[in-house]
Design a protein. Structure first.
Length: 259
């Protein structure tokens, strides 16, 4: 599979200018939650050992959002992922780091300075929320690894990808005031403390347990299930699941109260 993708990419290096919209790319901040940590999926490039967000270019006959969906599917093997565009990154300095130069040299590309990969790109940033255990990370043709990293311990990233992650987290944090979160991050049934931990991780602060439960339950997006008998009966927490209809209605119409 990856061998075929590698050959395909080598062909695209030579024909990409005819295939893709000029100067536009997409980069995807794929968030997951595991072992009490908020994580992001990253690729490690073969040619410079730096890390990068999953991303790609936009075919001339393709919607920009569909390009982001394609990238997400190829890297995670998931479909129907929650996806949202959050910013357009167009700083004139972002393209001055010619991180593709070594790659083009290794591929024997002539006239590197004139190659389409060396032009200035603006990139549309998308963030996605996925259930960690359902993701099957797949490197692309340029990468040796596709792995999860804690947002508090990021490796060396190309160009402005660290800033893209930080901006995605900032926007997600702000949107917690208007939209629910958790449906794509948790298993089907979960204790409410797991949902609280996600909110605390995104917000970067502790939340009072009683206040959180009262507020989140007031939105009507959770259905209470049976108790989770992991210890003594008096300590067993209730399990919850998201009410899909109410959850997506809240996504569309917004929440009434800020955090």
């Amino acid at each position: 599979m990856q061998h075929q993708e590698t050959n395909f990419f080598k062909e695209q290096l030579r024909t990409g200018e005819a295939l893709y919209l000029p100067s536009i790319s997409v980069d995807c901040v794929i968030f997951g939650f595991h072992a009490g940590q908020f994580k992001v999926l990253l690729l490690k490039y073969k040619h410079n050992n730096k890390w990068a967000l999953p991303g790609g270019f936009v075919y001339k006959d393709e919607d920009v959002e569909n390009a982001a969906i394609r990238v997400l599917n190829e890297r995670t093997q998931l479909k129907d992922i929650f996806l949202q565009q959050f910013y357009l990154f167009g700083d004139v300095e972002r393209s001055k780091e010619k991180h593709a130069e070594k790659l083009l040299q290794e591929e024997g590309i002539e006239d590197i300075d004139a190659h389409w990969l060396q032009q200035r790109f603006v990139t549309a940033g998308y963030y996605a929320l996925v259930e960690y255990n359902k993701v099957k990370p797949v490197p692309d043709a340029l990468s040796s690894e596709c792995t999860w990293h804690s947002i508090t311990d990021l490796p060396d990233l190309i160009i402005d990808h660290k800033q893209i992650i930080e901006k995605g987290l900032q926007v997600l944090r702000r949107q917690l005031n208007f939209q629910p979160v958790g449906y794509n991050l948790l298993p089907e049934v979960f204790p409410i403390k797991e949902l609280q931990l996600i909110y605390e991780t995104i917000l970067g602060k502790k939340l009072d347990r009683a206040n959180f439960q009262r507020k989140i339950l007031s939105y009507g997006i959770l259905d209470k299930k049976e108790k989770h008998y992991s210890g003594g009966a008096h300590k067993a927490p209730y399990l919850y699941s998201f009410n899909k209809e109410s959850y997506f209605k809240a996504l569309e119409n917004g929440l009434a109260k800020e955090w």
